[in-house]
Design a protein around this ligand. Structure first.
Ligand code: FAD
Length: 717
């Protein structure tokens, strides 16, 4: 055994023995309020007679308790007040606690640091870098706001590279205010001689201070934090605007709408098209295309309804013209005119954040204007992620951003279409284009399409698409393009898929560069980093929608927008935390896939106990009449309860059916309530009630029913 290891083992053995002795001899019994009160007068006498022994003894006990991370430090601190009074008590505790904490810090460092470093090397390095930069501030915050037990802070800090001297000084300073408050409360404890004393103003005041201390400390820390963040920026004396919103997609439009509704002076800046991705390149055109595709599909299968089937003659120019028309019909709701009328100052141009209170707008003629503002909401959205696939660029690939314009210029459906990416966008488009007559190959590197849904759902939709002629290649990685062929790899085997057009739909990345985030040091990962109130690093700059994540949906962006707008404008009075517990989504394949809450996979991963209730649409009257009885409803329920944990619906109009479950989950209504609600007959929505019925059947009170059966038998006699 090396000398280092021997000393580590020795130290560990000593610590274990000391802690064991504490519990074996039940020394904790001395560290209670009752015991303290019982010995108070003896201690006072001893202090008069042998002050140095008592002070020294108390000091050593305090150091030992803290160094060994034993419980009872709070009682000891109160005891210091009771025995020594405010000033002497504070002096003793302040030094004893800082020395004890430093010993615990050293023990943890000696025994554990090397092991932790070896095990979590990269993460430890990152933490060390953070500690080198902001460690003093973090430690001070942790000391001032006792959100975590101090003994954990001592041990955790020992694992970092913080210097011992720094740890000691910051700990002593950081713990001082709390020490004073506790010791002061202890001095009042000493004054309790009768029950009447409990209500003395001094005692009540001390304990109010004890309760208020964390709040005051939090406020002070907040103030220091704000000062630190803004220290390199000159705050304007007055502001042109209350709010500037960057981006007029779902997130930005709703933010600006709310701001104008509460009479704030708000500017909305849009560099591209009003309405953002959803209106121009996303939800709206894709759903319009899907509608034409569904009609083509129905025409092919008209014989199932007693009409002559027809091979649809697809006028692709007309299909795309309809897509444009749908966009144009919805566009006025998101237009400059409408928002101007609502009281929003709309600017078409590129916004750049110059400093935390200034946004520079470059208009479409190159003219620049700077606006000062109290708050900023970033709603800059996301753009298609294009992986580095050799030859892709030369093959002239399309994305959701470019495909609508590119396809509008064609008069025929792409003959052979490859779609890379089996997520919702890729899957929706694959089915739509196949129904319109394209030969579609859907290439997905993962083991299944729609990976965010349960496996059964992925299989169901893959099976549906295959039946409609889509060539689905899961587990196939796109490796390169050779001319108009995509080479895909499955294991070691490479295959070429010839195409006329290739659409890349492997995901969308947040827009994070080119408008000032980098210069201001606003933290980004895959998205802009925001807290639960949607604040970025700067408390007056917020982010919503695709740029902030974690979900990329129009309704999610709009949901966040309310929180960002209200927090940006009224945060000084009260801030609201965005709630992501009930977020629904729909994939608009046919049948649709609609989901809210947990899937089986997420519930299992999170260790959440659940039961699965399933209702198959095979016998739902309306579904049968519609020829749409392939599908199911699955509900995840808390075992033995009717509490809904998650729902997946695979059905025609599943997105509409889901709304009832979303409402139920949001407002804590269980399956019993859905079962007790009248659903019009014959509707698809009855599926929800029948799913609740399946749960009821599976949870029948069998014992009670046996007694009821006996009762009926008796009544027949
Ligand atoms: C094909 C497809 C289908 C989809 N289908 C659905 C669906 O069915 N349901 C659903 O909920 N979601 C769907 N989505 C996702 C949905 O479109 C997005 O989640 C939504 O648009 C996000 O809104 P946002 O406001 O965050 O961003 P965006 O709508 O992207 O808006 C951001 C805007 O910011 C502007 N901007 C960026 N930087 C600047 C700057 N510096 N200055 C000024 N302006 C700037 C951009 O030009 C853009 O207009 C789909 C997406 C795609 C691509």
């Amino acid at each position: 055994m090396s000398q280092g290891t021997a000393s580590k083992v020795g130290l560990l053995a000593f610590l274990v023995a000391a802690i064991a002795a504490f519990f074996i001899f039940d020394l904790g019994a001395y560290l209670t309020l009752d015991s303290l009160k019982a010995r108070q007068s003896d201690l006072a006498t001893l202090l008069d007679n042998r002050p140095l022994v008592i002070i020294g003894g108390f000091f050593l006990i305090y150091v030992a308790a803290t160094a060994l991370s034993l419980p009872g430090a709070a009682i000891l601190t109160l005891a210091a007040g009771a025995i020594f009074g405010l000033w002497l008590g504070t002096l003793i505790v302040s030094f004893a606690s800082a020395i004890g904490a430093s010993l615990a810090f050293l023990s943890s460092r000696t025994i554990l640091r090397d092991w932790v470093k070896a095990r979590f090397g990269k993460r430890v390095e990152a933490i060390d870098r953070g500690i080198a930069k902001d460690g003093v501030f973090y430690l001070l915050t942790l000391r001032l706001i006792p959100a975590f037990p101090f003994f954990l802070i001592n041990l955790a800090m020992g694992l970092t590279r913080m210097r011992l001297a720094t740890f000691y000084v910051v700990s002593q300073i950081g713990m001082l205010p709390g020490t004073i408050v506790y010791v002061n409360a202890g001095t009042q404890l000493a004054a309790i001689d009768s029950t009447g004393d409990i209500l003395s103003p001094a005692l009540i005041g001390s304990f109010v201070l004890l309760g208020l201390f964390p709040l005051i400390a939090k406020w002070v820390i907040g103030l220091i934090k704000r000062r630190r963040i803004y220290r390199n920026h000159q705050r304007p004396r007055r502001f042109d605007r209350n709010l500037v919103v960057i981006g007029a997609g779902a997130g930005g439009l709703v933010t600006a709408y709310i701001a104008a509704a509460v009479r704030a002076k708000v500017t909305l800046v849009e560099a591209g098209k009003m309405g953002g991705d959803c209106l121009n390149y996303g939800c709206v055109p894709s759903k319009a295309l899907i509608r034409s595709a569904r009609l083509a599909h129905d025409m092919r299968h008209a014989d199932e309804f007693g009409l002559a089937s027809a091979a649809p003659s697809v006028d692709f120019t007309a299909v795309m013209a309809r897509v444009r028309k749908v966009i144009a019909t919805i566009a006025p709701a998101d237009s400059v005119e409408r928002y101007t009328e609502l009281g929003v100052d709309v600017r078409l141009g590129h916004a750049r954040i110059v400093d935390p209170w200034t946004v520079e707008i470059t208009d479409r003629n190159g003219g620049k204007q700077r606006l000062t503002t109290r708050a900023i909401v970033i709603a800059a959205g996301a753009e298609p992620f294009v992986p580095k696939i050799p030859g892709l660029e030369d093959a002239g690939f399309l994305t959701s951003d470019t495909m609508w314009d590119a396809l509008e210029a064609r008069n025929t459906v792409p003959g052979r279409l490859v779609i890379v990416g089996g997520g919702p966008i890729g899957t929706e488009m694959a089915q739509a284009f196949a129904r319109l007559g394209a030969g579609v190959s859907l290439v997905e590197a993962g083991p299944r399409i729609l990976p965010n849904e349960d496996e059964e759902v992925s299989e169901f939709i893959a099976d549906t698409l295959r039946r409609e002629g889509v060539d689905i290649r899961v587990g196939h990685e796109a490796v390169r393009c050779e001319g108009k062929s995509l080479i895909v790899k499955n294991g070691d085997a490479e295959t070429a898929i010839a195409f006329d057009d290739i659409i890349v739909a492997v995901g969308r990345k947040a827009r994070l560069t080119g408008y000032g985030l980098e210069d201001l040091g606003i933290e980004t990962g895959k998205t802009v980093v925001v807290d639960e109130t949607l604040k970025t690093l700067y408390p007056n700059i917020f982010a919503v929608g695709d740029v902030a994540g974690p979900y990329q949906f129009t309704h999610f962006a709009a949901h966040q927008a309310w929180f960002a707008a209200v927090n940006a404008l009224f945060g000084r009075f009260r801030t609201f935390r965005a709630d992501y517990t009930v977020i629904p989504w729909t994939t608009f394949t046919d049948p649709e896939v609609a989901h809210v809450g947990h899937t089986v996979a997420t519930a299992t991963a999170a260790n959440i106990a659940h039961e699965i209730v399933r209702y198959d649409l095979g016998h739902l009257d309306r579904a049968v009449a519609e020829g749409a009885n392939r599908g199911f409803v699955t509900v995840l329920v808390k075992p033995g309860k009717d509490k809904i944990l998650g729902v997946t619906i695979v059905a025609a109009q599943a997105g509409e059916l889901l709304a009832e479950f979303v409402l139920a989950m949001k407002h804590g209504l269980g399956l019993n309530k859905i079962l007790g609600t009248i659903h019009a007959y014959p509707t698809m929505a009855e599926a929800n009630k029948y799913a609740a019925g399946e749960w009821k059947k599976a949870n029948q009170p069998e014992k009670l029913l046996r007694w009821v059966e006996r009762y009926h038998r008796w009544r027949r006699k």
